[in-house]
Write a protein of this length. Structure first.
Length: 290
């Protein structure tokens, strides 16, 4: 009987296992193998002519000033984008949970809309808005200010790209924080109010501590997204100007497009290690204390 149940269980797991092996496990192992060779696009017709190079591609990456710059760019995406997205999402969730009640469903839908909106269409609108003669500069000129060329300025392009990332993702943070807030028992707040605790003390001593598991989840999800950020810089600037908005994911894409398959595979595994390390640090720092 037990063997039969085990067989049935494996039967139900078989479709997922097959898909996972074909589209995740096998490609990942193959990419790891590619990263240890000098494989180029022109070698695909003669795969046995590829030479094993060990860690040479990884050494080459960290000797490439462009890759080091892109790691710093990606770190900036994370360091700025994650806190801003979490802050915006938490503030809106708090407002929806306590202040805005009558039209909560409408506001929740409006704020979540950027998450499900087609990113290509959004990027086209943003490119037009931040063009030299776009909407933003027209508004600035209406109040007597000369607008810059946002996406062609090495100092201003990154803030625009990060702003697009925040706008696209604060809805996800809002929904998760709202779910966490609604899971906190109301009687805890009632007891605190009877003891004379105001809104600020309730927020500090009840809401934030009890929301820590949700905060950890949101932080990890957003960090993984920003570490792998690709759509925003690719669609707005293609990594320019002068590589000032190029991320590690976009660097990997460019290397792959130029036929450097071994180097691009190595870059993808460097990104994987970065994601694992940062996530481990977050779990260490933000996990609930017993």
């Amino acid at each position: 009987m037990r063997a039969r149940r085990t067989a049935v269980g494996w039967l139900f797991l078989a479709p997922f296992t097959l898909v996972f092996l074909l589209f995740t496990a096998v490609p990942a192992v193959a990419a790891l193998g590619f990263s240890l060779t000098d494989l180029r696009g022109s070698d695909l017709r003669h795969p046995f002519a590829v030479d094993f190079t060990g860690l040479e591609n990884y050494v080459r990456l960290f000797q490439d000033d462009s890759f080091v710059r892109d790691i710093l760019n990606t770190a900036l995406f994370v360091a700025v984008g994650v806190p801003l997205t979490m802050a915006a999402g938490f503030a809106l969730a708090l407002a929806l949970d306590s202040g805005i009640r009558r039209l909560r469903g409408v506001f929740r839908t409006v704020f979540f809309a950027p998450v499900v909106t087609n990113v290509v269409a959004v990027a086209l609108i943003w490119r037009y808005a931040f063009d030299r003669d776009g909407t933003v500069n027209r508004v600035l000129s209406a109040v007597g200010l000369a607008g810059p060329n946002w996406l062609d300025d090495t100092h201003l392009a990154m803030p625009v790209v990060i702003a697009l990332g925040v706008w696209r993702n604060f809805g996800t943070a809002m929904v998760l924080f709202l779910a966490g807030l609604q899971a906190i028992p109301r009687d805890v707040y009632e007891a605190a109010a009877l003891d004379g605790a105001g809104r600020r003390r309730q927020l500090r001593h009840i809401t934030l501590p009890m929301l820590m598991p949700t905060t950890l989840m949101v932080s990890v999800l957003l960090t993984v997204f920003y570490l792998q950020v690709f759509d925003e810089p690719y669609l707005l600037t293609d990594g320019g100007p002068l590589g000032s908005t190029e991320s590690v994911a976009l660097y990997t894409y460019h290397q792959f497009g130029s036929g450097e398959l071994g180097v691009s595979s190595a870059a993808s595994f460097v990104m994987l290690v970065l994601v694992a390390l940062v996530s481990a640090v977050q779990f260490r720092l933000l996990r609930p204390r017993s």
